[in-house]
Ligand binder design. Sequence first.
Ligand SMILES: Cc1cc2nc3c(=O)[nH]c(=O)nc-3n(C[C@H](O)[C@H](O)[C@H](O)COP(=O)(O)OP(=O)(O)OC[C@H]3O[C@@H](n4cnc5c(N)ncnc54)[C@H](O)[C@@H]3O)c2cc1C
Ligand code: SF4
Length: 440
Amino acid sequence: MPEYKTPTSQKDIDHAFEQLKPYMNPTMAYYESSRCLFCYDAPCVQACPTNIDIPLFIRQINTDNIAGAAKTIYDSNYFGNICGKVCPTEVLCEGACVFNHQNVKPIEIGRLQSFATNTIIEKNKKLYKLAENNGKKIAVIGAGPAGISCACELRLLGYNVNIYEAKEHSSGLALYGCAPYKVTNEDVMQEMDYLQNQFGFNVKYNSRIDTEEKLKELENKYDAIFLGIGLGNTRSLNIAGGNLNNCIGATEYIEQIKLNPINVKIGKKIIVIGGGNTAMDAASESARLGANKVTLAYRRSKEEMGAYDFEYELAKAVGVKGMFNVSPVAILGNEEVEGVHFIKTKTENGKVVNITGSDFKLECNTVILATGQSKKTDLLSKINNLKFDKKGKILVDENTLQTSNPKYFAGGDAMNGGAEVVNAAAEGKKAARGIHSFLI
Ligand SMILES: Cc1cc2nc3c(=O)[nH]c(=O)nc-3n(C[C@H](O)[C@H](O)[C@H](O)COP(=O)(O)OP(=O)(O)OC[C@H]3O[C@@H](n4cnc5c(N)ncnc54)[C@H](O)[C@@H]3O)c2cc1C
Ligand code: SF4
C-alpha cells in the first residue's frame, strides 16, 4: 500500500494525486487503438450517455487522423477530455466492451478519448464553423458541464450566449469537485479555454443570479434561459455536534483540496460519513493527504452502498477502512471534534433500524459529512410556475428539457438530481436543441 505524508511541496502533491489515467503517447494510442474490433452496433456506444461513435474515433486514431477523432468526440460531448478522465468508464463504455466477455482487458476508451482531444487542445486546432448569427440571445445560469455544453451547442446554431457564473472559474464541479487524481485543474481549465476560443460564448464570472430582480432582468433581456445551477452545499445531518470545528461537508472539503491542497488542514484521524462516490473521494483524498486513519462509516451494508465498487476499491487501496451498518447519533467534542457516537443498525424491509443498546464511540479529530447535496430551492422558488417532482428535481419535457415555465430550460444535476459530468454534458446539449426548436 502506498504511504502518503502530509504534503509540503508541489512535488508531494503530484505524488499524492498521481493521475490514474495519464495521457497516452502516440505509440501507446496506436497500439491500443489497433486492438479495437470496431464492432457493429457497438455496445460501448450504447453505454455512453452521449453516444459518442467510439469505434469511429478509435479507427481515426489508428489511421493517424487525430483531428477527425477529436471532432467525432466533440460532436457528441463537449467535455471530451475531462470525461475521458473522470467518467466511470468501468461501468459505462469500457464496462460494455465485448472484450470483457472473453477475459481480455477492455479497450482503454477513456484514455484514447483524452489522447485525441488533448492533442487537439494543445494545438488549439479549430474544428467548428459557427452558423451565422441569428440575432437571438440566450442566458445560461451556471458555467458547469451542463451550462457550458448548452452554450457551445447554442453558439454552433448561431445564438448569442451570455453565461452567468457565481464563481471565478468555469466547469463547475469538474474543477471544484472531481478527484485530483482523476483530472488536474490545468486539464480542466485548458479544455474550458479551448471551448471558449472555439465557440465564443461570453462568461460573466462572480455573477450569482439570486434575486427576483435579477431573474426578471434576464427574462426581459433574453429569448430563453437555461438553468445549469447544479446542487447546493452538503445536507446537514441534524444531529448534536454537527456545528463543531472540524466537522465539514464533503463537497466543501473537497473544494478546499482542489483549490489549495497544501494548505488544507486535515486531522490525522478522520471519519467520513456516507456511502456514495463523494464519500469515497473524500476518504481517498484524506488518506492521500497524509491522514493516519480514515474510516468510512455507512449506515447500511457494504452491498447497499451507492458508490461504484471500483471507487471503494480505490479508497481501500490507499488505506481507507469501511465500517458498515453504523449510524451516527452525535458528533462528540467541546469546540473541536473529538469523536463520533454511533449505534449499530440492521436493514429490515428496506429500512434502517437501530439496534438498541449497541452504542459505541469512536475517536477522531475530523468528521466529513458525505450526506448528499441540497437542492437550490432558494433560487428555483423565485421562478414563476416552475414545477418539481417528489424528490425536488425540476420537471422538464423529456425531449426538449423545457420546464413548466416555457422561457426556462434545465439540465445537469439541478434537473437529474445529481449524476455524472457526462450526463450534464449530454443534457446541456439536448436543452440547446430544445431551445432551438422552441425559438425557430
Ligand atoms: C465531490 C464530487 C466528485 C465528483 N466526481 C465525479 C467524477 O469523478 N466523475 C463524474 O463524471 N462526475 C463526478 N461528480 C459529479 C459531477 O461533477 C456533476 O454531476 C456535474 O458537475 C454536474 O454538472 P452541472 O453543470 O449540472 O452542475 P455543476 O457542476 O454543479 O455546475 C453548476 C454551476 O452553476 C454555478 N451556479 C450555481 N448557482 C448559481 C447561481 N445562482 N448563479 C450563477 N451561477 C450559479 C456554480 O457555481 C457552478 O459553476 C462529482 C461530484 C462531486 C460533488
Ligand atoms: S465494444 Fe470494445 S472492441 Fe467493440 S467497438 Fe467498442 S471499444 Fe472496440
